[in-house]
Write a protein that binds this ligand. Structure first.
Ligand SMILES: NC(=O)c1ccc[n+]([C@@H]2O[C@H](COP(=O)([O-])OP(=O)(O)OC[C@H]3O[C@@H](n4cnc5c(N)ncnc54)[C@H](O)[C@@H]3O)[C@@H](O)[C@H]2O)c1
Length: 251
C-alpha cells in the first residue's frame, strides 16, 4: 500500500473527507497537494501534515473556474512534476427541491462536482500520460447513486452520476497510459460540508435517514478505499465502484 515518493493531488483537501484522504495518503508516504478553494483551510491542513513529519504542499484553486485549474495545475507540475494520483473529492452538497429548483443552483453544483472533476482529470491525465509512468485517478462520488438520498438532491445526484460516467469513459481512454480510474461512493459522513449543506428549509427526509448497519462512517473509512485504489496493490483494478456505506444498503 506504500505511496512512497508519489505525488498526490486531493481536491477539497481542506475539509471533511478530503482532509482524511490527505492524512492517509501522507501517512502512506505520498507528497500530498491539498487543493481547495479555501486557501487558509488548505494551508492549515498542509501545515498540520508537515508538522507531523509528512510531505505536503498546498494549491488554492477554484474548480468552477477553468483558468484557475489550468494555472494551478501548471504551478504544481512545475514545482513537483507530474502527479501519480489525482483524487477528485471536492464537492458541493447544497439541496433544493426539484419542483422549486433553479438553473443557477444546478449549474453551480455541476460546475464543481462534474465539470471541475473533468477538467482536473484532463489536466492531470495529460501530465501523467506525458510522464509515461502510469497513474491513478480516484473519483469520490456518493452513495446517493445507490439510493442513499434525502429530499433536495436532484442536482447533486445528477452531478455524481456525471462523475461516474466520467470515471467509466476516462478508465477506457487512460488505460493505454497505464492510468487506472475508480470510484468511491461514500455513505453519510458527519463532515462540515454535510452538516452545513445549504438548503436548510428542505426537509431532510428520505431513505438516507436509515441507520447504517455498522454505524457512521468517518473520513478515514473513505480514505482507506481511496488508498487501496491508489496503491500498487490495485494496479490491475480499473473502472470499479466501491461503496463505503457501513452496510447502509442492507439496513
Ligand atoms: N459527507 C458526506 O456524507 C458525503 C457523502 C457522500 C459523498 N460525499 C462527497 O465527498 C466529498 C467531500 O465531501 P465533504 O462532506 O468532506 O465536504 P466538505 O464541504 O466538508 O469538504 C469539501 C471541500 O471542497 C472544497 N470546495 C468546494 N468548492 C470548491 C471549489 N469550487 N474549488 C475547490 N474546492 C472546493 C471546500 O472548500 C471543502 O474544503 C464531496 O464530493 C461530497 O459530495 C460526502
Amino acid at each position: 500500500m506504500s505511496l512512497d515518493g508519489r505525488l498526490a493531488i486531493v481536491t477539497g483537501g481542506a475539509s471533511g473527507i478530503g482532509a482524511g484522504i490527505c492524512e492517509m495518503l501522507a501517512r502512506a508516504g505520498a507528497l500530498v497537494v491539498v487543493a481547495d478553494i479555501d486557501g487558509a483551510g488548505a494551508a492549515a491542513r498542509a501545515e498540520a501534515l508537515l508538522a507531523d513529519g509528512h510531505r505536503a504542499a498546498l494549491l488554492q484553486v477554484d474548480l468552477a473556474d477553468e483558468a484557475s485549474i489550468l494555472a494551478g495545475c501548471r504551478a504544481v507540475f512545475a514545482a513537483h512534476g507530474a502527479p501519480w494520483l489525482l483524487v477528485n473529492n471536492a464537492g458541493l452538497q447544497s439541496r433544493e427541491l426539484l419542483l422549486e429548483g433553479s438553473a443557477a443552483h444546478w449549474d453551480a453544483i455541476v460546475a464543481v462536482n462534474a465539470r471541475g472533476a473533468f477538467l482536473m482529470t484532463r489536466e492531470c491525465g495529460r501530465a501523467m500520460a506525458g510522464a509515461k509512468a502510469g497513474g491513478r485517478i480516484v473519483n469520490v462520488a456518493s452513495a446517493a447513486l445507490i439510493g442513499s438520498l434525502i429530499m433536495g438532491l436532484s442536482a447533486y445526484t445528477a452531478s455524481k452520476g456525471a462523475m461516474l460516467g466520467l470515471s467509466m469513459a476516462s478508465a477506457l481512454e487512460l488505460a493505454p497510459h497505464a492510468i487506472t480510474v475508480n470510484t468511491v461512493l461514500p455513505g453519510g459522513v458527519g463532515t462540515p460540508g454535510a452538516i452545513n449543506a445549504g438548503g436548510g428549509s428542505v426537509p431532510a427526509e428520505g431513505p438516507t435517514r436509515r441507520a447504517p448497519l455498522l454505524g457512521r462512517c468517518e473520513p478515514a473509512d473513505i480514505a482507506a478505499a481511496v488508498l487501496f485504489f491508489a496503491s500498487p496493490a490495485a494496479r490491475f483494478v480499473t473502472n470499479q465502484v466501491l461503496a463505503v456505506d457501513a452496510g447502509w444498503s442492507l439496513s
